[in-house]
Write a protein that binds this ligand. Structure first.
Ligand code: PGA
Length: 249
């Protein structure tokens, strides 16, 4: 059994969100200019809610923080309600004192998406690299939109969404047909360069992916399992997402 990842099993979604928020807050208090990698989806919503509360009640200060989001659907306008731009502003950025000039999200409407990907990598480098990266995980083990089969050394690029991801994400759209088929995503190589990584998962439909990620052999078929090769990854899962692990803490 491989045990390179730090595993924290908590009771439920709320506790997962609180634990993740306390890690993010500690890092911001240590370094006001933290470069924070952010994720979208159902998983980090509670984390953002808790960070907003900490900003309001405990004056957690985001004014010097730089953010880089993992991915964005290709072809969606930033004000499209299904875009990750919209998600980030409406669930997080609008409620904290992050400087809009410090927010980076891949541009789904870039005229030349491939050139944009190169530019995104350059911006991350220019910021000094990502200090703390938040990740969710797909039911198929993807991280960002790095679907099974993505290369371990992949960089920010245009990717095709897998059928599984299209099905999983259809719940956010009126119709499965509306789910974009392509996205811009940081690569696995990009993510692996973050100094510290926190991966979150909750619910039964993540249990298989979490078992393979934590206890399986690292393989490009389960992109999250490649995180075993990183030196500082904390996996925070609720009981349901942990239900297929043999090791519990
Ligand atoms: P979810 O997505 O948080 O909406 O479950 C996670 C992911 O696909 O990375």
């Amino acid at each position: 059994m491989v045990e390179t990842l730090k595993l924290i099993v908590v009771e439920d979604y709320k506790e997962m969100s609180r634990k993740a928020a306390s890690i993010v807050a500690d890092e911001i208090r240590k370094n006001k200019k933290l470069v924070l990698g952010l994720a979208t989806g159902g998983t980090p919503l509670g984390l953002y809610g808790e960070l907003i509360r900490m900003h309001k009640e405990e004056k957690l200060d985001f004014s010097g923080v730089k953010t880089f989001n993992l991915d964005e659907y290709l072809g969606l306008d930033p004000d499209n309600e299904q875009s990750y731009h919209y998600f980030m502003f409406h669930n997080f950025f609008n409620y904290v004192n992050v400087d809009r000039r410090n927010v980076h999200i891949p541009d789904g409407k870039a005229k030349d998406p491939n050139a944009f990907c190169v530019e995104y990598e350059r911006m991350i480098k220019e910021a000094g690299g990502i200090d703390l990266q938040i990740l969710g995980i797909g039911s198929n083990g993807h991280i960002a939109f790095n679907e099974p089969g993505s290369k371990a050394d992949s960089r920010t690029r245009v990717v095709d969404l897998s059928e599984q991801t299209i099905r999983d994400n259809a719940r956010f759209f009126k119709d499965e047909k509306e789910v974009p088929r392509k996205a811009i995503s940081m690569g696995i190589g990009t993510i692996m360069e973050a100094k510290k990584i926190v991966l979150l998962a909750s619910g039964k439909n993540k249990a298989d992916a979490i078992a393979k990620t934590v206890e399986g052999m690292p393989t490009e078929e389960v992109p999250a399992s490649l995180l075993q090769r990183h030196r500082d990854v904390t996996v925070i899962v609720d009981k349901e997402a942990a239900s297929k692990l043999t090791r519990r803490q």
